[in-house]
Design a protein around this ligand. Structure first.
Ligand code: 5GP
Length: 175
C-alpha cells in the first residue's frame, strides 16, 4: 500500500538467526541503498525536528549507524552506548536481562554535560530491555532523556507495553 514507506521494503527476514526459530529483521539492505537510507533517517528525524536534542546516544552496533546519521540530520552531537570493555575512559554500566543470562551496556562517565537533553537511538525494538537499560544508564550519568527513536518496532514482542517511561518512544515503522 502507499502507506508503506519505500525504504521498509528493503528490510529482509532472515530465518533462524541468531538461533533456530528466530526470524531476524535485517536492515543492512536499507543502509546499502542511498535513497532508502535517506528515507529511513528522514522518517526517524520527524518527531524531533521541532525540538532537537543536545545529543543522540546510539546503542552498539546498528544504533551507531542510524544514530550518527540522525545526529547529523538534527544538527546535534553523538554519544556511543557500548558493549562491555570497548570504551577507553572511565565508564558507568547497566546490566539487563536477556532471554538467557544477562548483558551490560557501558557509557563514558563524562559523555555528556549534566542536564543535557539526549535522544536514545537503536535499530529495532524487540522486548525493550536494551532500550530501557540505555535510558537508565544515561539518566545515572546525569543526562535528561527526552525520548527514544527506533527504526523498527516488532509489535508482537510487546516492547512498547513495557515502556513505562514519561519520555516518548517513536518507531519509524511498526511490524
Ligand atoms: P530487545 O532488548 O528490545 O529485546 O532487543 C533489541 C536489541 O536487539 C536491539 O539492540 C536490536 O539491535 C537487537 N535485535 C533484536 N531483534 C532484532 C531483529 O530482528 N533485527 C535487528 N536488526 N536487531 C534485532
Amino acid at each position: 500500500s502507499a502507506a508503506v514507506p519505500h525504504w521498509s521494503r528493503l528490510i529482509r527476514d532472515v530465518p533462524d538467526f541468531p538461533r533456530p526459530g528466530i526470524v531476524f529483521k535485517d536492515i543492512t539492505p536499507v543502509l546499502a541503498d542511498a535513497a532508502a537510507f535517506a528515507g529511513a533517517i528522514d522518517a526517524s528525524a520527524g518527531a524531533w525536528r521541532a525540538a532537537p536534542p543536545d545529543a543522540v546516544a546510539g546503542i552498539e552496533a546498528r544504533g551507531f549507524i542510524l544514530g550518527a546519521a540522525l545526529a547529523r540530520e538534527l544538527g546535534c552531537g553523538f554519544v556511543p552506548v557500548r558493549k562491555p570493555g570497548k570504551l577507553p575512559g572511565t565508564t558507568l554500566f547497566e546490566e539487563y536481562a536477556l532471554e538467557y543470562g544477562r548483558d551490560r551496556l557501558e557509557l563514558h562517565a563524562d559523555a555528556l554535560p549534566a542536564g543535557a537533553r539526549v535522544l536514545v537511538v537503536d535499530d529495532v525494538l524487540a522486548t525493550g530491555g536494551t532500550l530501557r537499560a540505555a535510558v537508565a544508564l544515561l539518566r545515572r550519568q546525569g543526562a535528561r532523556v527526552c525520548g527514544a527513536q527506533v527504526l523498527v518496532e516488532l509489535s508482537m514482542l510487546r516492547g512498547r507495553d513495557r515502556w513505562d517511561d514519561p519520555a516518548p518512544l517513536h518507531a519509524a515503522l511498526a511490524l
